[in-house]
Design a binder for this molecule. Structure first.
Ligand SMILES: [Zn+2]
Ligand SMILES: [Zn+2]
Length: 199
C-alpha cells in the first residue's frame, strides 16, 4: 500500500543501496528532506491536528500552535518548533544577525477562508515587523531605570528607540523560556527557564 511511510521507506532504501561519496551524501540529505516534505503534504491532507514538521528535529507542529520562523528571507519556507531548533538552524546556516520570529500555525487545514495564515505585506525599505499582530508589542523595559543605568555605567545618554529595540530581545528570551516551561508541562514561566538561553 502506498502510505506515506511506505513511499518514504522504499525511496530511502533505494537511495541507500550504493555507497556514497560526500557530495552524494549531501544530496541524500536534501532528498530526505524533500521526501519528508512530500510526506508532510500527504499527512496534511489526511490528518487534522498536524500542521508541519520542525525543519530541525522534525517534530510535528500542531495546528494552532506557535512556531518559529527564520528572519532571513530565503529561509521563509522553513518552520521550527522552538527557538532552540531555530538556533541550530541559525548556526548551521551561519546567518549573520538573524532572529527567530514567533508565528502561529493556522488553526485548521487550509481550505477555510477565515483561518488562512496571515500574509505579510512587505513594504520595501521597512524592516520586517514582528508578524503575530495579536501579540502586544509594548516596550518591556522601564525606560527611566535603563537611562539611569546607562548614565551610571558610562555617563552616556540613551536615545528613545533603545528601549523598543531591547524589548525585542526580551521577547526573544521570554519566548524561549515559554518553550522551556511548556516542555516541562508547566503553566508558569520561572526564572530557571531563562538558564542557558541564546539569542
Ligand atoms: Zn524542532
Ligand atoms: Zn535561516
Amino acid at each position: 500500500m502506498a502510505t506515506p511511510e511506505n513511499i518514504k521507506n522504499s525511496q530511502r532504501r533505494s537511495l541507500r543501496k550504493k555507497p556514497f561519496s560526500l557530495p552524494s551524501q549531501l544530496l541524500l540529505l536534501y532528498l530526505e528532506e524533500a521526501i519528508d516534505s512530500q510526506e508532510m503534504e500527504l499527512r496534511r491532507e489526511s490528518m487534522t491536528t498536524a500542521w508541519r514538521n520542525c525543519g530541525v528535529c522534525k517534530k510535528e507542529i500542531s495546528l494552532g500552535r506557535t512556531y518559529q520562523k527564520c528572519s532571513i528571507s530565503t529561509c521563509r519556507k522553513n518552520v521550527f518548533c522552538s527557538v532552540d531548533c531555530w538556533s541550530i538552524h541559525d548556526s548551521v546556516m551561519g546567518h549573520k544577525s538573524a532572529y527567530a520570529e514567533e508565528e502561529t500555525a493556522p488553526s485548521r487545514v487550509e481550505n477555510s477562508s477565515n483561518d488562512k495564515p496571515r500574509r505579510r505585506i512587505v513594504v520595501s525599505g521597512k524592516s520586517p515587523s514582528p508578524s503575530n499582530s495579536e501579540l502586544p508589542e509594548d516596550v518591556l523595559i522601564v525606560v527611566s531605570k535603563l537611562k539611569n543605568y546607562v548614565k551610571a555605567k558610562s555617563s552616556m545618554n540613551t536615545s528613545g528607540d533603545v528601549s523598543e529595540e531591547l524589548s525585542k530581545y526580551v521577547r526573544l528570551l521570554v519566548n524561549q523560556a515559554i518553550d522551556n516551561a511548556r516542555e516541562e508541562g508547566r503553566k508558569t514561566v520561572m526564572a530557571k527557564d531563562f538558564k542557558n538561553l541564546s539569542l
